[in-house]
Design a protein around this ligand. Sequence first.
Ligand SMILES: Cc1cc2nc3c(=O)[nH]c(=O)nc-3n(C[C@H](O)[C@H](O)[C@H](O)COP(=O)(O)O)c2cc1C
Length: 44
Amino acid sequence: MAGKILVAVFSASGVTKKVGEEIARIAGADFFEVGKRHTDQSPG
Ligand SMILES: Cc1cc2nc3c(=O)[nH]c(=O)nc-3n(C[C@H](O)[C@H](O)[C@H](O)COP(=O)(O)O)c2cc1C
């Protein structure tokens, strides 16, 4: 592979986070959740 891959998500409920984690796992990529501190009060 030519370069490193980063999957970065912003997820309100956690749905997008789960999808991003799965994509990162399959792609062998790093994973980063954007703005996690600002979404701590949401359900996910
Ligand atoms: C406070 C807040 C503001 C948002 N503003 C936008 C926006 O302006 N444009 C947009 O496309 N999505 C916006 N989103 C949606 C996010 O980009 C993203 O799709 C969502 O957080 C995914 O949530 P999920 O994990 O529940 O699917 C916003 C989400 C939140 C919580």
